[in-house]
Write a protein that binds this ligand. Sequence first.
Ligand code: SF4
Ligand code: FES
Length: 255
Amino acid sequence: MSSENMTLKLKIWRQKDSFEAGKMVDYTITGVSPDMSFLEMIDVLNDDLIRKGDDPVAFDHDCREGICGMCSMFINGEAHGPNRGVTTCQLHMRSFNDGDTIYIEPWRSQGFPVIKDLMVDRGAFDRIIQAGGFISVNTSGRTLDANAIPIAKEDADTAFDAATCIGCGACVATCPNSSAMLFVGAKVSQFALLPQGHPERKERVVNMVKQMDEEGFGNCSNIGACEVQCPKNISIEVIARMNREYFGALVKPEN
Ligand code: SF4
Ligand code: FES
């Protein structure tokens, strides 16, 4: 870990669009403060590229505080970089040393085609959510106050833990099968554990799994890399719950 400004060698995946082949391109960056976030370090590189008339590196970002799930990239072969339980925007340059070489690549999965450089299209996740990742509630003014429905503390905590999934796609990118089951399992769990999710419980899991398969994501083979690299520490238990929900819905489809 460094406390002095650093000089780093960056090897960054550059790809013009979804159709052209990409390649790693070398950059050297100087004066990197250990207190910069990883995204701020790329901002500095991009300022320099723009000043020289070069094309800046395209990367996704929005909240820069670990909420939106946009800042998805592989750093030295690890989703969101070397630290656990953080997104790339929460990773700081103090996690690297002066003189380090850092490899920066986009998510690599058939389900997430590269748009440009480090940006990928995660529309497949949106379509999985549209297939069932919601509850249908009449909000006409006669809705029962959620606090009026007693929920066991353990269920509330487990549902909340599942709901912290930010849809970043690190689980897919790090899985050798490109499985999206940690993501879908989290979304199925957050509803299955709460009474509000019960009316559409069975059709939800069947439709979300169907969409997941149609998007070309692979199956889980219990490797466990997804839960290790998930920035929200989503437990692989959500996959077991999703499988139980799914087979239960197939055996007894009516609610
Ligand atoms: S389960 Fe974790 S790694 Fe997968 S999309 Fe959600 S937050 Fe990202
Ligand atoms: S930019 Fe939103 S989680 Fe990183």
